[in-house]
Design a protein around this ligand. Structure first.
Ligand SMILES: Nc1ncnc2c1ncn2[C@@H]1O[C@H](COP(=O)(O)OP(=O)(O)OP(=O)(O)O)[C@@H](O)[C@H]1O
Length: 322
C-alpha cells in the first residue's frame, strides 16, 4: 500500500504541491489528472524519491520513501518511474535494452521474459534493431518494456502513451493494464488522455494548483463531477441553470452537462442558434449560442450556421445530477 501523508513541496519559494494526502491499495490503478502545470509530474517525482519533500511523509508498506538528501541513488527496486526522458542505451538493440537488468544466470528464462515484454509492447519485429534507429514512439514502448522487466510493485507512468500513435495506443494500453492487473502491480498514471482515465483507472486523483480537489472512483468522478474544473478534464462541458430544464425546481443550481447529454428537441422552449458544427467522425460537435453563452451538444448530422434549434437535457443526465 502507498501512503502519502500531508506532503508539501516547492522547487524554490512557490509551493507546487500543497498538503497532498491519499492512499493506494496494492494492485490498484490510479490516474492523476489536472491542468498543465498543476503538479502531476512533480507528484510522481516525489513518490519516486527524486525530490525532498518540505513537509509530510510517504510510505510504501512499512518503508519510508526518502528523497536525494537521504538516498544518493533514487528509486528502490520495488518501484519504477517512466517519463518522457527515460533512458535507453542508444547503441544497443531493443532486446538488449529490455534485458539490461535481468539476470544472465538462466539465459532461457531471460530470453523468454524479454520475448514476453516485446509482445506486451508490440516490438517483437524490432528485437534486434538498435535503439538509435527507432522512432520516438517506438523508443517510448521500449522504455515501457524496460521498466516492466523486473516486475516492480509500484509503477509510476508519466504520460506513458504521449508520443504513441492512436493506432498502437489502444492495443498497447489494453496489453499494459491487463498485464499490470494480472501481476497485481500498482500503478499511478499522470495523463491528459481521457481514454487512459476512463477505461483503465480504478480511481482518479484530480489536482488543481498543487492541491487534490477530487479523489474518487473514476466512473463516479465522470458521471457526477463536483466542479466545472473536474468535468472539463474529460472534454467539453456545459454549465447550465437547472431551472431552464425544470422550472418547477426554481432554485439556483447550476448543472454540469456533457455535450452527449444535450438533445435537440424542436418542441423545447430553450432555443439556441448554431454557430458551427465540428466533424468528429461518428457525430458532429455542435457549438451553439444560448442566452449569450456557448453550449456544446452532439448531433448525427451537420447543422448549418444560424439555424435555430431547441435543446433539452437527457432524462438520464437530469436523474444523475439532481
Ligand atoms: N525543476 C523545476 N524547477 C522549478 N520549477 C519547476 C521545475 N519543474 C517543474 N516546475 C514547475 O512546477 C509546476 C508543476 O510542474 P509539473 O511538471 O509537475 O506539472 P504537470 O501537471 O506535470 O504539467 P504538464 O501536464 O504540463 O506536464 C509548474 O509550474 C512548473 O513550471
Amino acid at each position: 500500500m502507498l501512503n502519502v501523508n500531508n506532503v508539501s513541496f516547492a522547487y524554490d519559494t512557490t509551493p507546487i504541491l500543497k498538503n497532498i494526502s491519499f492512499t493506494i491499495k496494492k494492485g490498484q490503478h490510479i490516474a492523476v489528472i489536472g491542468a498543465s502545470g498543476c503538479g502531476k509530474s512533480t507528484l510522481l517525482k516525489v513518490i519516486y524519491g527524486l525530490l525532498d519533500v518540505d513537509e509530510g511523509s510517504l510510505f510504501w508498506n512499512d518503508t519510508q520513501i526518502l528523497g536525494p538528501a537521504y538516498n544518493l541513488i533514487p528509486g528502490e527496486a520495488y518501484m519504477k518511474h517512466l517519463s518522457q526522458g527515460s533512458e535507453l542505451q542508444s547503441f544497443e538493440t531493443v532486446a538488449e535494452n529490455i534485458g539490461q537488468y535481468l539476470s544472465n544466470f538462466e539465459p532461457d528464462l531471460k530470453r523468454g521474459r524479454v520475448q514476453e515484454l516485446l509482445d506486451i509492447v508490440e516490438m517483437t519485429a524490432f528485437a534486434q534493431t538498435k535503439v538509435t534507429n527507432l522512432s520516438g514512439g517506438q523508443k517510448q514502448r521500449v522504455a515501457l518494456a524496460k521498466v516492466l522487466a523486473k516486475k516492480p510493485e509500484l509503477l509510476l507512468l508519466d504520460e506513458p502513451f504521449g508520443n504513441i500513435d492512436n493506432f498502437r495506443r489502444s492495443s498497447l494500453r489494453r496489453n499494459l493494464f491487463s498485464y499490470l492487473k494480472r501481476n497485481k502491480i500498482t500503478s499511478i498514471t499522470a495523463t491528459h488522455d481521457k481514454t487512459d482515465i476512463l477505461s483503465f483507472a480504478d480511481e482518479t486523483l484530480v489536482i488543481q494548483e498543487g492541491m487534490i480537489v477530487a479523489n474518487a472512483k473514476t466512473q463516479e468522478l465522470y458521471l457526477q463531477p463536483k466542479s466545472y474544473y473536474v468535468a472539463s478534464l474529460f472534454g467539453e462541458v456545459n454549465q447550465l441553470p437547472l431551472s431552464i430544464f425544470r422550472p418547477d425546481l426554481s432554485n439556483e443550481t447550476q448543472l454540469l452537462v456533457y455535450p452527449h447529454e444535450l438533445l435537440i428537441d424542436e418542441a423545447s422552449a430553450i432555443k439556441a442558434v448554431v454557430k458551427k458544427s465540428h466533424f468528429q467522425g461518428s457525430h458532429y460537435l455542435v457549438e451553439a449560442v444560448w442566452n449569450e453563452q456557448i453550449v456544446f451538444l452532439e448531433n448525427k448530422e451537420n447543422l448549418s450556421k444560424n439555424k435555430e434549434i431547441g435543446i433539452q437535457i437527457s432524462p438520464e443526465a437530469i436523474a444523475l445530477r439532481t
